[in-house]
Design a protein around this ligand. Sequence first.
Ligand SMILES: [Zn+2]
Length: 264
Amino acid sequence: MTNKLEKSDCWLILQNNCLLLKENYSIPCLTASETASLSNLFLRRYPLGSLHHYNLYCAEIPIDCSFPQMISAFPLKKALEHMNNEWRHFLIKAHAIINWDKNHQYCGHCGSKTIPKTSIFERVCNKCALSFFPRISPSIIVRITKGEEILMARGHHFAPGVYGLIAGFVEVGENIEEAIHREVKEEVGIEINNLHYFGSQSWPFPDSLMIAFTADYRSGELVSDTNELEEANWYHYHKLPGGPSSSISIATQLIEDFIKTRSP
Ligand SMILES: [Zn+2]
């Protein structure tokens, strides 16, 4: 006899960047019985860890296969927005693990088949022993303010009404602070100071670890890089032209934090 509550298995199943869920789901995954009819379609599967009384697994099914009528495919961003932080962590992990496994079946150095190690997310070349791990791309995002105004920017590919903050990938050889100053200079031509760490967020589009800072405008004239940006400008926090594409992004948190500290 054991007093421990038995854990049940549940599955985060991805198909072409969508998560399979039951309509009106109570937990954002499929139970073992709901998954049973799909398991022969799995292209890859991995254990993710445990959450509360669930053992979580991820799997991928082919783009062109159908699934039972009671199950729907939710785009990843929409699924993330409807989850709490605990579940979000596992869905982002599932997405990263599936992409890592799919994209590293062969060695990038010698072309031989790679073999997954047990108990760790690592694929190893069976010929030259080179290892391949899930990719994490460090990226910076910075909220730059000047008095009551926030610097908001729009990329060319943004949906109507979407505005964000200055952001970009950390380049090889850079530390995070250097990446921020370079990105700001390149994108809008200004100098900033008073950099303060704000927080971080794993963001699976495609595989970023967003490292967020706040900063003050120091000097220079705003000149936006037209290759990257459609527009960049200072906006009073009461009159923002739009907002980030996702309500759960750290960009939204940065902006809301500024508004909260300024509002009486
Ligand atoms: Zn190799």
